[in-house]
Design a protein around this ligand. Structure first.
Ligand code: ACO
Length: 323
C-alpha cells in the first residue's frame, strides 16, 4: 500500500529573541510567573518586513536539503497558518514562487494550532490518492502580528517560527511496521469558537484584529480533547503508550504537555518539549519540535512518533507516524 513517508525536516526561527525579563519591562509580569504557569522562557519574533512566507521558505529550504530534493521534485505544498502574508493568494503559493516550484498544487490550511496536523493529514490523503508524489508540509506563523502587546494574559504565550517536513509517496508492505503516516484523526467543535479567537477579519471588521483567549477555559478542555484523539490513534492501529518512541505534542504550555502525557501514561523521557525556547508558535510548533528532535539525534528511522495538537475553534487532532 502507498504511505506518505517523511524524507526530510527543516525549521527556522527569526533572529530576534524576546525573553521573559524583556517582556516584564513591557507589561506587568515576571519571569517567575510565566515559567511557573507555562514553562516558557523565551520566544523568537519576526523582524519588521519578515513575513510568514519568508519563515516558511527558510524552513522548507532546509527540509528540501535534508531530503536531498530540489524544486523539481515537489508537486504539492500545504502551508498551515493562521497568519498569512495576505488575504490571498495563499501563503503556500507565495512560498511555491519563492522556492522556484512551478508545478503541482499549493494551498493553505487554517486550523490554528492544529494546522500542522490538519495539513499533514490532508497531504497524506492526497499523496495516497495519487495526487502528487512529494509534498512539502509547512507550519509557519507570525503570531507577534496579532498579539495585543498590552494584554499580559496572551502576549507572553506566543512566538514566531516555521517548520517543514517533506513527504514522499512510497509503496510499503502494509501494517504498523510500515514507514510513513499510519493514521491521523481530525476533530473540531465550533461551539467553542469564542474561547480563543481573533477579534478582526476581512469580512467582519476589515482589520487584522488581536488574539483573545479565555485561558482557563482552554486549559479545561485541552487535556480531554488531546486524550480523545490520541486514544483514536491507538485504537485505529492497535498500539498503546508503550509502543510510542517519541511524543511530539503541540507546544502550547508545559503544564498541558505534562498533564496529557501523564493521563496517557506516556513516559516523560519520550516527550519532546521545545516550549521553553519557542513559546507557542501555533501551527509551526510541531514541525519545529520534530526538526529539533531529529537533528539532535533523538528521532531515528523506524521510530514511532505520536503527534497531537489542539487550538482555536476548537480544533484538535493526532497523527501517528513511523519515521
Ligand atoms: N503575568 C502575571 N500575572 C498574570 C499574567 C502574566 N502574564 N497573566 C495573567 N496574570 C494574572 C491574572 O490577571 C490573574 O490575576 P488575578 O488573580 O489578580 O485576577 C492571575 O494571574 C491568574 O490568572 P489565570 O488566568 O487564572 O491564570 P492561569 O493559572 O489560568 O494561567 C494561562 C493562565 C497560562 C493562560 C493558563 O490558563 C493556560 O495555560 N491556559 C491554556 C491556554 C493556552 O495554552 N493557550 C494557547 C493557545 S491554545 C493551544 O495552543 C492549546
Amino acid at each position: 500500500m502507498i504511505r506518505s513517508v517523511v524524507r526530510g525536516t527543516g525549521s527556522y526561527l527569526p533572529e530576534k529573541l524576546l525573553t521573559n525579563s524583556e517582556l516584564a519591562t513591557m507589561v506587568e509580569t515576571s519571569d517567575e510567573w510565566i515559567v511557573q504557569r507555562t514553562g516558557i522562557s523565551e520566544r523568537h519574533i519576526a523582524a519588521e518586513g519578515q513575513f510568514t512566507s519568508d519563515l516558511a521558505v527558510e524552513a522548507a529550504t532546509r527540509a528540501l536539503a535534508d531530503a536531498g530534493f530540489g524544486p523539481d521534485d515537489i508537486d504539492l505544498i500545504i502551508v498551515a497558518t493562521a497568519t498569512p502574508d495576505y488575504t490571498f493568494p495563499a501563503t503556500a503559493v507565495i512560498v511555491q514562487e519563492k522556492l522556484g516550484i512551478h508545478q503541482g498544487a499549493a494551498f493553505d490550511v487554517q486550523a490554528v494550532c492544529t494546522g500542522f496536523v490538519y495539513a499533514l493529514s490532508t497531504a497524506d490523503a492526497l499523496l495516497r490518492a495519487g495526487n502528487g508524489k512529494r509534498a512539502l508540509v509547512i507550519g509557519a506563523e507570525t503570531f507577534s502580528r496579532i498579539l495585543d502587546w498590552n494584554d499580559r494574559t496572551t502576549c507572553v504565550l506566543f512566538g514566531d517560527g516555521a517548520g517543514a517536513v517533506v513527504l514522499e509517496a512510497q509503496e510499503q508492505p502494509g501494517g504498523n511496521d510500515d514507514r510513513g503516516v499510519l493514521t491521523s484523526h481530525l476533530r473540531s467543535d465550533g461551539r467553542h469558537k469564542n474561547k480563543l479567537f481573533v477579534d478582526g477579519g476581512v469580512s467582519s471588521t476589515r482589520t487584522a484584529g488581536h488574539l483573545r483567549m479565555e485561558g482557563r477555559e482552554v486549559f479545561k478542555y485541552a487535556v480531554g480533547m488531546i486524550t480523545d484523539v490520541i486514544m483514536a490513534a491507538f485504537a485505529a492501529t492497535g498500539t498503546g503508550p508503550d509502543d510510542i518512541d517519541w511524543f511530539v505534542p503541540h507546544q502550547a504550555n508545559q503544564r498541558i504537555i505534562d498533564a496529557s502525557a501523564r493521563k496517557l501514561e506516556i513516559a516523560e523521557s519520550k516527550v519532546v518539549s521545545t516550549v521553553k525556547y519557542h513559546g507557542n508558535t501555533s501551527a509551526a510548533s510541531i514541525p519545529l519540535a520534530l526538526d529539533v528532535a531529529r537533528k539532535d539525534g533523538r528521532i531515528q528511522e523506524g521510530d514511532l512518533v505520536l503527534l497531537e495538537a489542539m487550538g482555536g475553534g476548537f480544533t484538535w487532532g493526532s497523527a501517528l507516524v513511523r519515521w
